[in-house]
Design a protein around this ligand. Structure first.
Ligand SMILES: [Zn+2]
Length: 363
């Protein structure tokens, strides 16, 4: 809608004209750094065929004229006149093939390293870091004991010393290629670590205890509470890939509890230890995450697990997205041959960790 019939250019040409940074070009869509907000990634989505754009971060969107008008801070009418002047044709004829050099940032993306390599690099990385007193206090507040905090190996994201940390890792022989979170600085060729927000680093461990990924619980919540350590869109960077997080699951277990989030699984498992509810946990990073759930089902079936206790946050009762995911988990679990037990509790306790803390840790 709203496409002026004789506008002598398409949206791609206007993106080039305005020098908007294109991070990825899929052929049908451009993923750009949004010029209208403090976008550091590629939230501005341009649909080439439809000649429309929209930023998933700030919500700005529209057609060719809106893009130009918003960018240059002029009226739609002026935008129209200026674009006609630039792409010049009163006759309505389109000057084609005239956008020579798009500024595509080269983002050579590396394939993800094996679980062994990631585990080695992440274990070494965490061994170089510590957990700050504020984070220790917040974890005690959530119900953990000091011993448990030490055992879990959570760390505070580093904000300084990044260069020293990377140098130390390289000296230890750690591989950084293909490990999400690490990338090369294009100008200097030096490896560095991509910290996109400060918070608590939580190791995401597979059944063998290998750290396949790191979740970060952010100190300041914008859109979400967690993000996964990543260097997507960076030079020699790699996007994050999480695994189902196992805590306390052992070969021969008949029952496993399934919840959302690495930290939630850790907390719930530790709170129930020694009680009648003691049971191994698997945490999925984010709801929904069906591919991860399918991997989980596969692995649990190989382990001979028979029953799944589905322990999704009680807000599924009000939140459609969560309820749909929960229903699907139940369905897929049953299809895979498990006995599936959806567990429900009062809305007063949001997560299973809150419920268990209430049951076992409040004095
Ligand atoms: Zn934006």
């Amino acid at each position: 809608m709203g496409r002026i019939p004789d506008l002598p250019c398409d949206i791609e040409q206007v993106v080039d004209l305005l020098g908007i940074e294109v991070i990825r070009d899929t052929g049908t869509q451009l993923h750009c750094r949004c010029p209208f907000c403090a976008d550091r990634k590629a939230h501005l989505n341009v649909k080439i065929r439809d000649n429309v754009f929209r930023c998933n971060r700030c919500g700005k969107g529209g057609g060719i004229l809106h893009l130009y008008a918003e960018f240059c801070d002029v009226s739609l009418h002026t935008a129209y006149e200026e674009l006609c002047k630039v792409f010049g044709s009163e006759s309505g004829e389109k000057p084609r093939e005239c956008s020579p050099k798009r500024r595509v940032i080269e983002t050579v993306e590396l394939p993800i390293a094996s679980a062994e390599v990631r585990d080695n690099t992440y274990s070494n990385l965490l061994s170089l870091l510590s957990l700050c007193p504020t984070h220790q206090a917040s974890l005690r507040e959530r119900g953990l004991t000091q011993d448990e905090i030490e055992q879990l190996g959570y760390r505070t994201t580093p904000t300084t010393r990044l260069k020293r940390i990377v140098t130390e890792l390289l000296e230890r022989g750690c591989v950084l290629d293909g490990v999400p979170g690490f990338y090369c600085q294009k100008e200097t060729g030096q490896w560095t670590l991509d910290i996109r927000g400060s918070g608590i680093m939580i190791p995401d461990r597979n059944f063998d205890g290998q750290i396949e990924a790191i979740q970060v619980r952010l100190d300041r919540v914008y859109n979400q509470k967690f993000y996964n350590l990543t260097s997507v869109d960076k030079y020699y960077g790699t996007p994050a890939r999480c695994c189902p997080h196992y805590v306390g699951v052992q070969e021969g277990d008949e029952v496993v509890c399934v919840t959302e989030g690495v930290m939630k699984a850790d907390l719930a498992y530790h709170f129930a230890l020694g009680s009648q509810y003691e049971c191994g946990f698997a945490g999925l990073t984010g709801v929904p995450s069906y591919s991860q759930y399918e991997r989980l089902l596969q692995e649990l079936s190989e382990l001979g697990v028979q029953r799944l206790n589905i322990m999704i946050d009680s807000d599924y009762q009000d939140n459609d997205k969560v309820r749909t995911a929960r229903d699907r988990y139940i369905e897929l679990g049953a299809e895979a041959g498990f006995e599936v037990a959806p567990i429900t509790w009062s809305r007063r306790q949001k997560g299973i960790d809150d419920l268990y803390k209430h049951l076992f840790r409040s004095k």
